[in-house]
Ligand binder design. Sequence first.
Ligand code: M6R
Length: 607
Amino acid sequence: MCGIMGYVGPQQAATVLLDGLRRLEYRGYDSAGIAVANGAIAVLKAEGKIDRLQAVVDAVQPPGTIGIGHTRWATHGAPSDANAHPHTDASGKFVVVHNGIIENHQSLRDELVESGNVFTSETDTEILAHLVADAYDGDLVAAVRSVVDVAEGAYALVVMTEHEPRKIVAVRRVSPMVVGLGDGETFIASDIPAVLHRTKRFLIVEDGEMVVVDDSGVRITTIDGDPVERDVFVVDWDAGRAEKGGYEHFMLKEIYEQPAVVTETLTGRLDQDGSVWLADVTFDNDYARSLQSVWFTACGTAYHAGLVGAALFRKLLRIPTYVEYAHEMRYNEPLVGSESLTIAVSQSGETADTLAAARQARSQGSRMLALTNVVGSTLARDADDVLYTRAGPEISVASTKAYIAMLVAEYLIALRIGRVRGDVDKDLAAEIALGLNQLPGLLEEVLAREDAAIAAAEQIVDASDVYYLGRGLDYAVAMEGSLKLKEVSYLHSEAMPAGELKHGTLALITEGVPIIAVATQRALYDKTMSAVSEVKARGAHVIAVAYDDDVSIDREAHTVLRIPTAPDLIGPIVAAVPLQLVAYHVARMRGHDIDQPRNLAKSVTVE
Ligand code: M6R
């Protein structure tokens, strides 16, 4: 997620901004830049780490005590000097930094180009600079307000102009923003850690608010201009905790980001009737109709996302769909060819095995769609089509929010193909769209029940083995729950389709062995419960994940992790979250280094 900085005060702004940006590095970024006003505005930016920007700043030493800064994590346009923020209009007198996504950027860009504006970057942000300049009539606040009226999406925006040289105007539409109150100086930042060493006093900017900072201080209003009273929030966290948004670990922070991530993944892509727009998925309708098979390939958590995708594709699209571990696919002589679509799933887009499998599929004539979180990653560059998951940088090695975003993205691809082929009719498309749009709220409800996950974690923290069961889509989710537990708690666990149990693993089920059964698939419910009865008969301790309206589950399970009632197709995504929380809390109780589990790396770039 991008980082934003703004400064008005007596100090040299370049120094304050660079220092703040360094403290936002933990959010992840691929380029950085600052703009400093001293009469004229100097804009300095560089792809890569902040040390590169520091070298540029050291060479120029821009004077000035007001400025804005940014660390960019690419969403529109690859990481590059040109795409780094700040962006300006053609005159260079208006400068903006921005975090988030402008949904209607393409139509706004088309209009601006038509009226003669020349763009120097591929970003959606640059549009805002041109729009503010065009709207400016002697009042920066009014110009920014008019731009916010037309720029749809979830974002935070900070603007400066040479015409009003001691003023910064900022707007929060969903994406976070805080104001730090210093002694005769004011800071704007996307996150508290940027300036926590300078002040403990903050104003938290709420969604739909505007901030105007100048030498006299700070004024918060609604976007429409109504004054807002805000109490000062005094922060007593240390810097490490502040980076984690007050959470103890990045993993927990990222689990809690999931409702917002789902909103980001869906933003501008899904209509209420189930119509889907995926900008970089460029295959045409004839291609979608001609498809004979789909192959998912990936590793680890991304492979588990592929399992869900494949189950979904088979169910909805009735296309033969296969999932292969990328490291296996490379050597399995896969029967993938020109009539197949290969969907390579990778958070990082840099996993060596996934890159190799995807390249192999392409070399055999398959079209390749990259489902990835990282803009401009190798996988994205190799691909014919790309669908970015927009989960934001994931710092914990254990993947959580990137996984949920992958699942949501798979539903979008399924809708895109299914509508064209006619497998998904209007009613079903609208039903899925409704379920996806409700998902952020459902996930919020699950997160509000964290205590139940803590209680379940207490029941398994001393176990030596844990078994996860599920059928159909629930089996795919059980696989991910099991991996999460292994990875962060170092407890042995296995997942299996519930029907497989009595073909061998049942021999391991004895008194007190924990079983976690996922039961969101109504059509398979009784089958799953048969397996639950079998393990209970051997003394197992059963923890079930089941809907609120499941009235019989209390008879079957010793403990129930309730999730809000959802349609069968959406339930498995909701069910993934309590499993993440259980894994997290078991690891915490066992005192592990949760964000950096032993022996594991975030991105596996070797075979
Ligand atoms: O970046 P990728 O999605 O390609 O990474 C694949 C796996 O290495 C990754 O999902 C790994 O399994 C996670 N650490 C699991 O939490």
